[in-house]
Design a protein around this ligand. Structure first.
Ligand SMILES: Nc1ncnc2c1ncn2[C@@H]1O[C@H](COP(=O)(O)OP(=O)(O)OP(=O)(O)O)[C@@H](O)[C@H]1O
Length: 359
């Protein structure tokens, strides 16, 4: 019987994934990562629910203390990024550095098991023609989470199974109910885990960053108002600027050196190109020539036509491989630190981190 470790968060998706594999005849082992320090209410609730599911299925359950990894790769990363005036996306980083890598490592070294599964909505398969493990969008497009998985390497994808890739969400709930799982009616998480745990991103960041008051200026440098810490602002933000103006104003850039937030009208928020660092090519080998694709600059944004132009790589792993994205139409709200992920139809070709414009 094939053995597999299932990452259990205590939510309905991973519970259903474990139940599906268990009933398909896999020898399933549940694994829950303990991620957050502090009161940890959501983690402890999740751990108890995960333990409950394993008891129901009659499978072993391990809890691994991953709080140090989460602190280094997610909390420190976010605090550093917001402090430097960018808006990092923690989820793709968490998947690679905190979840998939360490879970596969634990499964193979501690349990002698070479495959893990999660409740992500995405599809993975090996294509022998190009000798690559390819990622595809989930069949249920409304739930597709492939965007958050763009940073998984070929080595990681080789050991991963997504049992919900072909399953519509409504069916997941039905399966969970059919197997009488405790989590069948558990509400969906609505936001980033850190936001859920702290009430808001602002409340989370305020625990780590002491805000320093500074100026809000227009593009000519005229002072329009005052801010209480640059980490409270995101490029493209419109609300909460506390400035009255004839036209709606947006955050155009954040200047950590001068502790300033620069605002302007919507027209200045559109760009025809941007550069991407730390590129990970997933379903195709890194191309040497420009390719056509469709790009998403946010999780829920519409895929838009783009030309992806390979640039030279840097030895610094924080920069790594780079590309330039040239959009067919100007795009609104490109946010440095967030992920850009490009696809060809359902196939996730690659992705990376949006750089701050140099000019
Ligand atoms: N703390 C954790 N320990 C182990 N695996 C986890 C943990 N958190 C998330 N995962 C895995 O990653 C998948 C996606 O996590 P995400 O936080 O996006 O939750 P989700 O899509 O709401 O899924 P779920 O309903 O299972 O919580 C989960 O289905 C689970 O397999």
């Amino acid at each position: 019987m094939q053995k597999i470790v299932v990452g259990l968060s205590g939510g309905v998706d991973s519970s259903a994934a474990a139940a599906i594999l268990h009933h398909q005849g896999y020898e399933v082992v549940g694994l829950t990562l303990w991620l957050m320090r502090g009161k940890g209410q959501c983690c402890s609730e999740g751990m108890v629910d995960a333990a409950h599911i394993c008891e129901q299925l009659g499978i072993p359950h391990y809890i691994v203390d991953s709080r140090d990894l989460f602190q280094t790769h997610i909390i420190d990363y976010l605090v550093e990024g917001y402090g430097a005036g960018i808006t990092p996306l923690p989820c793709s980083q968490c998947n690679r550095a905190v979840k998939f890598g360490p879970m596969l490592g634990y499964a193979s070294t501690e349990l002698n098991i070479n495959h893990i599964a999660t409740g992500h909505y995405a599809r993975v398969s090996y294509n022998s023609q190009c000798d690559r493990h390819q990622l595809k969008r989930a069949v249920d497009r409304t739930k597709d989470q492939s965007y958050f998985l763009y940073d998984l390497t070929q080595d990681l994808l080789a050991g991963v199974v997504f049992p919900l890739g072909e399953v519509p969400k409504s069916e997941t709930r039905r399966i969970a109910a059919q197997y009488n799982l405790k989590t069948a009616d558990k509400p969906e998480s609505q936001d980033l885990c850190l936001v859920e745990a702290n009430g808001s991103m602002r409340a989370f960041l305020d625990k780590y960053i002491t805000g320093k008051k500074g100026e809000i200026v227009d593009t000519e440098g005229r002072v329009l108002g005052e801010h209480d810490g640059i980490h409270h602002y995101t490029i493209g933000q419109r609300r909460g600027l506390g400035i009255s103006a004839a036209e709606p104003l947006y955050v155009l850039s954040i200047d950590p050196g001068r502790n300033r937030v620069v605002v302007g009208d919507r027209d200045r928020m559109t760009q025809t190109e941007c550069t991407i660092r730390r590129v990970n090519w997933v379903s195709i080998a890194p191309p040497s020539e420009p390719i056509r694709a469709e790009v998403q600059i946010r999780y829920r944004s519409k895929p838009l036509p783009v030309t992806v132009v390979p640039l030279s790589s840097e030895a610094d792993p924080q920069i790594g491989s780079r590309v330039r994205l040239i959009f067919d139409e100007p795009i609104f709200g490109i946010t440095p630190g967030q992920a850009a992920v490009w696809y060809s139809e359902d196939l996730l070709l690659g992705g990376g981190v949006i750089e701050r414009p140099t000019s």
